[in-house]
Design a protein around this ligand. Sequence first.
Ligand SMILES: Nc1ncnc2c1ncn2[C@@H]1O[C@H](COP(=O)(O)OP(=O)(O)O)[C@@H](O)[C@H]1O
Ligand SMILES: Nc1ccn([C@H]2C[C@H](O)[C@@H](COP(=O)(O)OP(=O)(O)O)O2)c(=O)n1
Ligand SMILES: [Mg+2]
Length: 254
Amino acid sequence: MWRRVASLSSSISSSFLAQTASRLNTWESLTTGIAQQAKGVIAPKEKTPFITFVLGGPGSGKGTQCIKIVETFGFAHLSAGDLLRREIASKSADGAMILNTIKEGKIVPSQVTVKLIQKEMELSDNHKFLIDGFPRTEENRVSFEQIIGVEPNVVLFFDCPEEEMVKRVLNRNEGRVDDNLETIKKRLTVFQALSLPVINYYSEKGKLYTIKAIGTEDEIFEQVRPIFAAFEAIPLNTRWNWNISALVVVIDMS
Ligand SMILES: Nc1ncnc2c1ncn2[C@@H]1O[C@H](COP(=O)(O)OP(=O)(O)O)[C@@H](O)[C@H]1O
Ligand SMILES: Nc1ccn([C@H]2C[C@H](O)[C@@H](COP(=O)(O)OP(=O)(O)O)O2)c(=O)n1
Ligand SMILES: [Mg+2]
């Protein structure tokens, strides 16, 4: 059980501590949100969730780097695109609508995507989540906050030039309905118009880590690794919860 044992003024000046602290939330908020949503069916989990949003344009290398983060840091990988493609394949009620939306390079209504993410989070034994390709719009972002009830600890942005993204997507060869030049152009327009505002939002909140997504997969991962290594270095039984006016020390008494 988490107990608050002290509340300190915000005089601690280390930027690392401040940045790190701002990215850690208490477990209570998620358990409350999920428990409310699940109407008590699912028992609260025991660990503080650690949520990373993985953002970047189509072909910027999000999925590729997520695999490496999973291997190295043991996260659960929830790809919004994969969850939506699974709905299409399962011929669910929303399947046809999702397929048409993806073919058009547009964004699926947030409630549909958030519900799929929520289900995966509830089913997972893990407490560290990489949410890949989400939120892609401000509507996505607000919907997640409202339905799940938490904010991310870390937001990664894979920053890649458009020509490189187009080249990678056209070579991806996974048989995706949206990996063609016509749809990619639409997706890049949507990324600029709807996803960049989300990236700016997290930048202003001090949660954004921008990765230069050019180079080999390993070179790019060397930019990613220290971000999570820094969080791993925080002692397991100590969590800092940063507030605008106060720093609250939370010590695990279990
Ligand atoms: N650093 C890289 N250099 C060249 N190709 C890459 C790199 N990272 C990923 N790729 C390839 O580019 C394509 C898109 O990568 P992917 O991880 O699916 O991107 P995203 O999930 O952002 O759309 C894939 O075929 C992948 O193998
Ligand atoms: N939050 C999301 C994520 C994906 N989608 C839809 C629209 C996207 O173009 C497709 C594919 O997403 P996916 O993340 O798999 O695509 P990339 O890996 O960036 O190429 O799914 C969505 O509507 N909302
Ligand atoms: Mg992807």
